[in-house]
Design a protein around this ligand. Structure first.
Ligand code: B12
Ligand code: SF4
Length: 506
């Protein structure tokens, strides 16, 4: 056999590796049809050596990689380039959020042959079949595909309807286990021991103009049923003794009915869980629903608060009914129930004048302080606004006018500045001055000093008291400049800011 498929997950974090659901689902679509291997950059000391040794065997024809922005590019770009140089007959296929959203630069690199645009459940096996049958004329009939035709034009085919998620093939966990012991992926997190990561729904019904999910899913959402999610959870509980779950869905709480059914099913299993949702959606749940969720193990909900400023919420096209008032109302409701709201804010949106940008930042800083007063348990995550090219949106027009543009060459994405951009720490946006960035970052340091995150369970006892004491005056007076004493304490105690590692890995 010389047509084997290698499916690669580039390194995405330094520790506490999650089960690589993206490549698992890609594998599921060809399981039992084509022969394939997994290579996980998170668990290999030298993934290139592994990949190369597979290709040296002469049995491999397809190099397929999932690619999200940020750290994964560090392996995805050079490895794909090298594989194409060393084995020019091999076919390279990319999928995932970076590949789909930055498809022009990916395909134009000359070393990415095909991009699967969004879900690959049908597109991927169809592409392999057409390539295996040498039936190239059929390529343009495959939905969710991007490629260069013979004339050198980039072709983006039609979007596939979202499939019934319960009818999708089961994830090939045991096939993955034959390469990497599944226990490696079940790490201890603040949620509990043996934390399992699960993706139970696809897309999101909203169309916020800053969000990378929108260009791919265009406001569509489809979920597995509560029963089938629970079945998978139960299998992991019985087989691997999981105590916690991170739901990686973009919007786990979209369907109240599903969440309540799931809560009823899991409530006696002693499993703690976390998921991402929208404030306006979950604020419509009754108190009884929220109490049931809490009893069923829901410990924390990640919520895109974005800003408390209603005008900016409109500009962001946040949709739904979220306002500054709903944010405050919701965190207040959660306080006595005990589910921790984890609010992510996006500061540094463009405005007509620098004064207005600064005023917006100050406004949000005060808003965040108000939220903490209402619910001191609320976790705050602050990002600098990094635009995603949702073409056609008003915001996209605005950021282009303000002088922003993405790299024109794929390898330019490897520059440290762009990596920081992906991590939403360095926006490269012309309207944000260093002074503004400093103000936001310094406030964040003081906030993390006065309210250390609950997800870093090392910071407790005297460390917590000391940190809070040192940060108090700054927090109260608004003097955030040069918070070196707090930074030093954070450094000594290896305080971890949740947002730098995606979610919480400790
Ligand atoms: C799990 C996860 C992680 C994990 C890594 C997982 C891994 N691969 O090892 C961790 C926590 C490390 C992580 C980190 C980051 N992440 Co992340 N992550 C996710 C998350 C929540 C789930 C991904 C997933 O498993 N999906 C489930 C699978 C089944 O879906 P999928 O990936 O879309 O795959 C389907 C298709 O896309 C396609 N496909 C995907 N890959 C491939 C490959 C091939 C070959 C083919 C054919 C098809 C294909 O087929 C699949 C099945 O249909 C997504 C959001 C989401 N809900 O998807 C964000 C997301 C991908 N992450 C994102 C980002 C930005 C990051 C960070 C870079 C920054 C940050 N602040 O979070 C960090 C990096 C931090 C660091 N220091 O390393 C963004 C990307 C945004 C964008 N602009 O494109 C997302 C979309 C979250 C968001 N809404 O902002 N992340
Ligand atoms: S609700 Fe969240 S996932 Fe959905 S479009 Fe808005 S930001 Fe993206």
């Amino acid at each position: 056999m010389n047509n084997k498929i290698l499916i690669f997950n580039p390194k995405s974090a330094n520790a506490k590796h999650r089960i690589p659901n993206s490549i698992l689902q890609v594998g599921a679509s060809i399981y039992g049809i084509y022969e394939f291997v997994f290579v996980d950059g998170n668990l290999e000391n030298d993934p290139w050596e592994k990949i190369d040794s597979y290709f040296q065997s002469g049995n491999f024809k397809y190099f397929c990689s999932t690619v999200m922005p940020g750290p994964q590019l560090r392996q995805a770009i050079p490895f794909t380039k090298k594989i194409k140089e060393k084995y020019p007959d091999c076919i390279t296929i990319w999928g995932g959020y970076f590949a789909s959203n930055q498809y022009q630069v990916s395909i134009s690199s000359g070393f990415v042959d095909y991009v699967i645009n969004g879900p690959g459940d049908i597109a991927f096996p169809s592409l392999i079949r057409v390539l295996e049958d040498n039936n190239h004329t059929e390529i343009s009939t495959i939905k969710n595909l991007i490629f260069k035709n013979e004339e050198g034009e980039i072709i983006k085919t039609a979007k596939e309807e979202l499939l019934d998620q319960d009818s999708l093939p089961k994830l090939p966990y045991q096939h993955l286990n034959s390469f990497y012991n599944l226990e490696n992926y079940l790490s201890k997190t603040f949620l509990g021991r043996n934390t399992f990561s699960y993706h139970s729904s696809l897309g999101c019904p909203f169309t916020c103009s800053f969000c990378a999910v929108v260009p791919i899913y265009k406001g569509r959402w489809k979920a597995k049923s509560a029963e089938s999610v629970y079945k998978d959870v139960k299998y992991f509980k019985d087989t691997y003794r999981i105590e916690a779950i991170e739901f990686h869905d973009n919007n786990f709480f979209t369907s109240r009915k599903r969440v309540i059914e799931f809560s009823e099913l899991i409530k006696n299993d002693g499993i703690t869980w976390w998921g991402e949702g929208r404030i306006d959606t979950i604020n419509k749940y009754s108190d009884a629903d929220l109490i049931l969720m809490k009893e069923a193990g829901c410990k924390m909900i990640f919520l895109g608060a974005e800003t408390g400023n209603d005008e900016i919420l409109k500009q962001m096209n946040k949709g739904g009914t979220q306002t500054g008032e709903t944010i405050k109302q919701f965190v207040k409701r959660l306080y006595p129930i005990g589910i921790i709201p984890e609010l992510s804010f996006v500061l540094g949106m463009p405005a007509e004048t620098p004064e207005k940008v600064m005023a917006q930042i100050e406004w949000d800083i005060n808003f965040i302080k108000e939220v903490k007063q209402i619910n001191p348990d609320a976790e705050i995550i602050i990002y600098l606004y990094s635009p995603v090219a949702t073409e056609g949106s008003e915001l996209y027009e605005q950021i282009q006018k303000a002088g922003f543009s993405f790299p024109k060459n794929l390898e330019d994405w490897l520059a440290p500045a762009w990596e920081n951009f992906d991590l939403r720490k360095n926006p490269l946006t012309p309207w944000l001055t260093p002074k503004m960035v400093d103000r936001i970052m310094n406030f964040e340091t003081v906030l993390n000093g006065y309210y250390p995150t609950a997800t870093d369970f090392k910071i407790k006892g005297f460390k917590r008291i000391l940190l809070r004491g040192v940060s108090k005056i700054r927090y109260i007076t608004g003097f955030y400049k040069y918070p070196y004493e707090i930074k030093i304490m954070h450094k000594i105690w290896k305080y971890r800011q949740p947002e730098t590692q995606g979610f919480y890995s400790e």
